[in-house]
Each structure stands twice: as C-alpha cells, then as structure tokens.
Design a protein around this ligand. Structure first.
Ligand code: EPU
Length: 415
C-alpha cells in the first residue's frame, strides 16, 4: 500500500493547474448512458474513482476511448443495466447510474451502497423520487431493482442531496412530461451536469437554484463538454498554500464557485485575488481564527472542512468548526492531535485552539478529504510525517504529490 512522506517546513510557491472536478466527472460519465450517440468529455481528471466508473460503464456495454484528458463514452448499446455490489461498494457514486439506466432502458439493477466511513449516507431520496416518477422499485438481496416508464412529476426532496438531485435530473431528461424538482441541491456540479444535458438536447431550466424544471424529451444526442474545474481541489490547495505562508497561482480555478470558501480563508488571514483565469493565494501575516458550519452550497462545503481545520491548527486563537452534513466526518481530529494539534470534539463540533507548531508523526488517512487534511498538516509539521492508506487520496486528487512538489513541497510517495 502506498504512503506519502512529507518533510514539513517548505513554503509553497509557484503555479499549478487545477484539474477537472471529480464530483462533476462522475455524474457526467453516467449521463452518457442516456444517449445512443457518443458523449465526449474533456478536462477529465485521472483519478481512481474515474477508473472505477469506466469499469462500471464498460461492463454495462459502454464503449470507452480515452486520450489524454478526453474521454468518449459510446452507449449506443447497453447490454447489462446493472451496477454490481463489487463496484458500488468501492464507489458510492455508482448510484448515479440508476436514474439514467432506468430512463433509457426502463429497467435497472443497482446494488444498494452500504454505509461508509463518513456516515450512513442513505439513498432513500433517490428511490423515493424515482417511485414518484412512476418507477416500480423493490429492494432485494441488497439490490435496487427498478423498472417502468418514467413520467414527469413535481417532487420535493426531504433533504438536500447532491447525487439525489443529479440522479433525478438525468432520469427526468427522458421522462414523459415535465418534472419539477423542489428543494434541489444547488452545487455547481449540478449546473455543469445540466449544461451538458442541454448540449445533448435536454430541456432544463433552473439548475443552480432549488427548483429545477425538466421537460422530458424522447431522445438525447451526442455532445462534447468540458468538465468544470475542481472547486474542492482548489480549496485544498488554498489551505495548503495558506498553511505554509506561501504564494501560489492556481490556474483554471473558478472563483465564481468558491465564494463562501474564499471568504472564510480570507477571514483566516489569507489573501486571495483573481488574476485572469487563475486565483493567487498568499499569506504574509498570522493565521487568524475563523469559525464555520458546513452546509449545502452556496455555504462552506463539508468537503473542505478537514482541510480548513488543518490550517487552523496553527491559528492564533480558537476556531469552532461544525460539521452538519455527515455524522462521522471528524476522523481526522485524532490524527491531527497525533501531530500536536489541540482540538476538542463534542458531537459534530470541533474546538480548535491554535498551537505554535505541529511535529511530524505517522498518521492514517481515513477518507478522501481527511487524507488531504493530513497532507496539509504534514506540510507545516516539523520533521517527517508519513501518511498511510493514501489510496483514499488517489480517489479524488490527481497527482497531488506532483502538484505539491511543483510548488516546492518536500513530498514523496513510497510503496
Ligand atoms: N441523504 C439522505 N438521503 C438520501 C441522500 C442523502 O438522507 O437519499 C443525506 C446524507 O446522508 C447526507 C446529506 O443527505 O447527510 C447530504 O448527502 P448528499 O446526498 O448530498 O451527498 P452525496 O450526493 O452522496 C456528494 C459528493 C460528496 C459530498 C456531498 C455533500 C459526489 C459524488 N459526492 O455526495 O463528496 O461530500 O455530496 O456535498 O458528488 C467527496 O468528494 O469527498 C465527497 C464525499
């Protein structure tokens, strides 16, 4: 199993390119299932989750051609509208195949994802929405068996769910009649998906608001779409540069998807300015304490909570960080404390009291964003930090050690 070894203390400086967004790429790849003609996506990030999605689509019969950062998915034939447990258990986003398969093939069999490290993460909203659209669904032997022709309805989500909104958005694109999704998630990745679907011939308005209207069409056609830049990768590098008191240019970062994030990092003492199609991040003064609560977009994302906490471990005061989306997303705290951080957790709130320095140790990554948090802490800790189980990191960060090295970090992967 690979590990990352970080020698702390280097100030990050230079420029890097932000990759395409994992959480946009995965639903966009599933959108290919909706059309008989090929969908080409550019700015595809090279991630293990993307490889898993490739395998999943390929075993359904989708033809896949990849070249550099472009992928063409040809779903002219779908042989098996099936997502088996072996794949769903390694990547929950496999559930995103359910809506498109059902809409296109009028049947689908998708394994129920189990709980995962950060929380229970049920998919009841996906199922309820599809049932409201006329699907017959039964749960048997750990699988969601769905069939039927979908019809447009007005559906109000009980909870705001990102992949739930994406699943119903894709399903509604081919449903008979008009669907109105209320209390929809507003994440930029949903806007990206809607833009691609519109390029494929779908009729969608309101994506990015909490009410999305989809007028179903008989068929979608092929299209070419550039995946949006990853706002979570951007925020992770903002935290890393800020933590080391660095100065770096993040090329291709989309500032318009990062308002709450930029505001919070600025409150923490960073300077963040747009320079054309890039963001420049610097920190010259101290890290100031800043408190936050995670919440659905446009508020501060749960996917950056751990990285922000890593920054505040060396802040000049006390920050209160509350996680409201997932019930078990504080697992990085114990590991940060092994590096000398002072943090008290009560329920889903962490009270972080900044310390003058962290010291290197061996730590264990528990999920994707917790891993990124530990890398950031390792960058500022004195001495050597070894981060174990970095397969989590490879799921969602493209060549993180290469990008950090390009900024001057002393980081290497060992086997
Ligand atoms: N929820 C339900 N029922 C459902 C669906 C969700 O109760 O049917 C609850 C969840 O348990 C959670 C909350 O609603 O408490 C929000 O979950 P959501 O469905 O929005 O999460 P998701 O769609 O499974 C996506 C991202 C996550 C990100 C969350 C929140 C993808 C592929 N995944 O997950 O990304 O944390 O939205 O923004 O888009 C990551 O990249 O590290 C990651 C975990």
């Amino acid at each position: 199993m690979d590990k990352l070894v970080v020698e702390g203390g280097a100030r990050l400086a230079g420029a890097i390119d932000i990759s395409g967004a994992k959480n946009a790429a995965l639903p966009l790849m599933c959108a290919a299932l909706l059309a008989r003609e090929p969908l080409t996506l550019s700015r595809l990030p090279h991630l293990s989750d993307v490889r898993t999605m490739n395998k999943l689509l390929a075993q359904m019969g989708v033809g896949i051609a990849e070249e550099g950062d472009r992928i063409t998915l040809d779903a002219s034939r779908i042989d098996w509208p099936l997502a088996p447990y072996e794949m769903v258990k390694t990547m929950r986003a496999s559930i995103l195949a359910l809506g498109p398969l059902l809409a296109r093939c009028h049947e689908a069999r998708v394994s129920l994802p189990g709980g995962c490290g950060i929380g229970q993460r049920p998919v009841d909203q996906h199922i309820k929405g599809l049932v409201a659209m006329g699907a017959e669904i039964d749960l048997e032997n750990g699988y969601i068996n769905a069939r039927g022709r979908l019809v447009g309805v007005r559906y109000v989500f009980d909870v705001v769910t990102v992949t739930g909104t994406e699943n119903l958005l894709m399903a509604a694109a081919l449903a008979d009649g008009t669907t109105v999704l209320e209390n929809a998630a507003r994440e930029p990745e949903i806007v990206d998906l809607a833009e691609c679907l519109v390029a494929m011939g779908a009729r969608i308005t309101g994506a990015g608001s909490d009410r999305i209207t989809i007028e179903g069409v008989k068929e979608l056609h092929g299209a070419t779409h550039a995946i949006m830049p990853d706002r979570i990768e951007t925020g992770t590098f903002i935290a890393a540069v800020g933590a080391t008191g660095g100065d770096a240019l993040l090329r291709g970062a989309r500032a318009d998807t990062l308002d709450a994030v930029v505001d919070k990092f600025v409150e923490a003492g960073l300077t963040i300015v747009s320079e054309g199609a890039a963001l420049r991040v610097t920190r010259t003064g101290p890290i100031k304490p800043a408190s936050l609560r995670t919440a659905p977009y446009p508020a501060f994302p749960t996917d950056l909570q751990a990285q922000f906490m890593a920054l505040e471990t060396c802040g000049e005061g006390t920050s209160v960080i509350t996680e409201t989306i997932f019930e078990n997303r504080m697992m990085h705290v114990q590991e940060l404390m092994r590096l000398g951080a002072k943090i008290e957790v009560e329920g889903n709130t962490a009270v972080v009291t900044g310390v003058p320095r962290l010291t290197g140790a061996t730590v264990m990554a528990t999920d994707l964003r917790a891993s990124a948090c530990l890398v950031i802490a390792g960058l500022v800790a004195e001495g050597e930090t070894t981060i174990d189980r970095i397969y989590h990191l490879d799921r969602g960060y493209e060549r993180i050690e290469d990008k950090l090295s390009a900024l001057g970090a002393r980081i290497r992967r060992v086997n």
